[in-house]
Structures are given as structure tokens and as C-alpha cells.
Design a protein around this ligand. Sequence first.
Ligand code: FES
Length: 177
Amino acid sequence: MTAILPQVTPVPEQFTPVPDIEAILASYPQAKRESLIPLLQDVQEKHGYLSRGAIARISQYLSLPASKIYGVATFYNQFRFQPQGRYHIQVCRGTACHVKGSAAVFEAVKRELKIDAGQTSRDGLFSLEVVACIGACGLAPVICVNGVFHASVTTKSVVKILDTYRRKAAKNDDEAA
Ligand code: FES
């Protein structure tokens, strides 16, 4: 598996308080190195991503260097280091989608949003994730945005799809103003 490294800045010595993290840590009273992955999963489930503060606190709790924790976490595609965007895009890279050109679709999304998997666009609108088969192989290649499936996506149509979400966000913002 190829790890996609996030742009990570060094963890400061002092960490900022992370809501609920103490309760999560308390559920691992015999904290050991083997607790790291489930602990990271629990924190991400609660917060939606792994903040620098959370990593620093886990590092302290497990007596593991933060660099080691980043090393482990970046190996797995499941972990995120930024909050999810308003629209969370999942690009399927399962076999059926791969055969139908999902690699090119993934590249097109990255180009359009200027982010990589695991990252969130600067405007906070989009976040990107690569997933294995999402159970819609007959519609391959598929992307899923906030739970909505888009079928037979191409490098061109995916740009239009993203534009649709941009317009939708702008319209919602206008109506809310
Ligand atoms: S491989 Fe993409 S939905 Fe199954």
C-alpha cells in the first residue's frame, strides 16, 4: 500500500485541549502501543479527523513520539488530518471502477481541487478520500459526494459535478445571508 503523506507541520510541545479526548483515552486504561490504531479510529470517529492537538495528547498518553504516530497513521488511508469539507468526495478505486478509468477521474478531481486524498480544499468546500468498492460496480466509475452517488463519471463530467456543488454552496450561502 502506498501511503499518501499529508502536509503536516511539526507538533508543538504544548497541545491545545481536544474535546472529549480524555474520555476516549480513559477507555484504554492499559494503554500500549497496540492501542494506537483503535485509539486513532475512536478519536477520528468522534472528531472527524486527527488534529495536531489530538496527536500530541495521544503521543503523551502512549509515550510514543508524535512523529511515530504520524508515521503509522499516514500508512493507512482511513485517517484524516484536516476537518472534512462541506462536500466530502469519495472516489472509488475498486476493481470495477479502476477498469473503467477511476485513476484518471481521481487525477482530475485532484487537479480541479488542488488537493490530494485526505486533504480539504482551502475554502473548506471539498475534502477528498479514496475508497475501495462502494457497492455500485454497475455504475462504474463512481464517485460519492456526501452520500450521493454519481455514475459513469469521466474526467470531464467530474469537473461539471464539482461546479454543481460550488453553485449549490453559493446559492445556500446567499439564501442564508
Ligand atoms: S469497484 Fe467501484 S463501486 Fe465497486
